[in-house]
Design a protein around this ligand. Structure first.
Ligand code: THU
Length: 137
């Protein structure tokens, strides 16, 4: 089973393929599944700016292609280069949460100072809307 360092390396590698010609803000993300497999993604911008896909949502889509189901993501790494570390945006928190648990670890790597900060999914999105809310009463 691979550890946090390998996951951060996968997020960095994904960031190398960022398509961010408009913002120039490149982000990579890697998610680890409970069986140890890793899926990754990067941000994909568009000349119609609002169609941009963040790295986290790209990584989740890649994980689903590998068979990921809700609760399967145990760890997430995000790699960016910023004066302050780059947490997932609100939309991405919701999408990550669908496939995570409250204990899922979110590691945020910043090239600027070679730092890693860590949160849990529950810290980043408390009281998340989830599939359980859709269950008919
Ligand atoms: N971006 C991500 O990929 N992930 C985040 O968590 C924050 C923002 C991307 C979207 C856009 O391509 C660029 O960063 C600037 O917002």
């Amino acid at each position: 089973m691979s550890g946090p360092d390998e996951l951060i390396a996968a997020a960095k590698k994904a960031r190398n393929n960022a398509y961010a010609p408009y913002s120039k803000f490149e982000v990579g993300c890697a998610v680890q599944l409970h069986d140890g497999r890793i899926a990754s993604g990067t941000n994909v911008e568009n000349s119609s700016y609002g169609l941009t896909v963040c790295s986290e949502r790209h990584a989740i889509a890649a994980a689903v292609l590998m068979g990921a189901k809700p609760g399967d993501v145990t760890r997430v790494a995000i790699a960016g280069d910023s004066p302050v570390s780059v947490p997932p945006c609100g939309a991405c928190r919701q999408v990550l949460s669908e496939f995570s648990s409250e204990q899922t670890q979110i590691l945020i790597y910043n090239y600027r100072d070679d730092s890693v900060v860590s949160f849990t999914m529950g810290e980043l999105l408390p009281e998340a809307f989830s599939p359980k809310n859709l269950t008919a009463s």
